[in-house]
Design a protein around this ligand. Structure first.
Ligand SMILES: CC(C)(COP(=O)(O)OP(=O)(O)OC[C@H]1O[C@@H](n2cnc3c(N)ncnc32)[C@H](O)[C@@H]1OP(=O)(O)O)[C@@H](O)C(=O)NCCC(=O)NCCS
Length: 268
C-alpha cells in the first residue's frame, strides 16, 4: 500500500515514503491526542476497508484542469450528502458549482486520487483578505442568489457572518485560508482521507505565510475531522436556534446539530 505525495513534495519530507496506513496513523494520532484508542481501531478498520477498495491513493494539488472532475465528485456526493444540501434537497445548483470552483486558480486546494485516476476526495480552499476601512461593505450572499434552496443556505452564511467576525477575534491577522468545501466519496469515508487533505492544506498555509485556517462546519463529521487535527471551536450556532420569522429553517439528521466554526493558528 502506498500514498504518493505529488506536487510540492519537497515541502513534505516527513510524508515521503509513508504508506496510507502511516498517514492515517499520523493524521488520526496527531489529531486525537485526547482519544488514542480511537486511533488504534481506526487504522485497522481503514486497512481492511482499503484492501477491499483501493490501496493506492495519491494526494496532489488541484488545478483548473481538474474543474470538471472535481465537480463530478461534488455532484455525486457533496451536493447530495452535505447535511444542509440533504435537508433542502438541493438538486442541481450552478451557484454552488461556481462557489466551489472559483478559487481553484489559487492552487491551494487538494485532491485524493485512486490508482484508476479517480478523484475520491477534495478539500477546496480560498484565501480571504481582511477588509480595509475604505472597502464597500460586502454584498450579502443571499441577495444575488436565484436558486431558492441555495439562497436559504446562503442566508444562514450571511447570518453567521453578521454574528461572528474572525478579524475581531484575531486582530493581528490580515488574511486567512478558508476551507470552503470538504468531500470524500462514501466508499472511502472513515479512513482519515479528509485529515490527509487538511494536512496538505496546513502545509500550503505554512509555505505561504498564512497564519490562520478557518473552517465552517455544517457537518458533525467535518467538525470531527478538524477536532482531530487540533482545531478549536470559536463559534457555534445550533440549528434549533436559527430562526427566520420565528421558524426553524434547518433540521438536518443527527448527529448534525449545529453550524460550527473551527480555526487553527499556525504561528502559536
Ligand atoms: C466530512 C467528510 C469530508 C469526512 O471525511 P472522512 O475522510 O470520512 O473523515 P474521517 O475519516 O476523519 O472521519 C470523520 C468522521 O466521520 C465519521 N465516519 C467514520 N466512518 C464513516 C463512514 N464510513 N461514513 C460516514 N462517516 C463516517 C466519524 O464520525 C468520523 O469521526 P471519528 O473518527 O471521530 O469517528 C465526509 O464525511 C463527507 O464527505 N461528508 C459529506 C460532505 C460534508 O458534509 N462535508 C462537510 C461540510 S462542512
Amino acid at each position: 500500500m502506498k500514498v504518493e505525495i505529488q506536487n510540492h513534495v519537497e515541502h513534505l519530507p516527513a510524508l515521503n515514503g509513508l504508506t496510507l496506513s502511516n498517514l492515517l496513523t499520523r493524521s488520526n494520532c496527531m489529531a486525537t491526542p485526547k482519544a488514542p484508542t480511537i486511533c488504534d481501531g481506526k487504522v485497522d478498520d481503514a486497512d481492511a476497508k482499503l484492501n477491499e477498495i483501493d490501496r493506492e491513493l495519491s494526494i496532489s494539488v488541484i488545478t483548473e484542469a481538474d474543474t470538471e472532475a472535481v465537480l463530478d465528485l461534488l455532484k455525486r456526493f457533496f451536493f447530495k450528502d452535505e447535511p444542509l444540501n440533504t435537508y433542502v434537497q438541493l438538486g442541481e445548483c450552478k451557484e454552488l458549482e461556481k462557489y466551489c470552483t472559483k478559487s481553484l486558480g489559487e492552487h491551494s486546494s487538494y485532491k485524493a486520487t485512486n490508482s484508476r485516476g479517480e478523484i475520491v476526495g477534495v478539500i477546496l480552499n480560498g484565501t480571504i483578505m481582511k477588509p480595509q476601512p475604505s472597502d464597500e461593505p460586502p454584498a450579502k450572499l443571499a441577495d444575488n442568489c436565484a436558486h431558492p434552496k441555495f439562497k436559504k443556505i446562503m442566508a444562514l452564511m450571511d447570518y453567521v457572518d453578521e454574528q461572528f467576525d474572525i478579524f475581531e477575534l484575531y486582530p493581528d491577522i490580515d488574511r486567512f485560508l478558508d476551507c470552503k468545501i470538504i468531500s470524500v466519496d462514501t466508499n472511502y469515508r472513515g479512513m482519515g482521507i479528509a485529515g490527509m487533505l487538511t494536512d496538505r492544506t496546513l502545509d500550503y498555509a505554512t509555505r505561504n505565510g498564512i497564519k490562520l485556517i478557518h473552517v465552517l462546519c455544517s457537518s458533525h463529521f467535518s467538525a470531527r475531522v478538524m477536532e482531530k487535527m487540533d482545531f478549536s471551536e470559536v463559534y457555534r450556532l445550533p440549528y434549533a436556534d436559527y430562526l427566520v420569522n420565528g421558524e426553524q429553517v434547518f433540521d438536518p439528521e443527527k448527529p448534525h446539530v449545529a453550524v460550527r466554526i473551527l480555526t487553527k493558528r499556525l504561528d502559536q
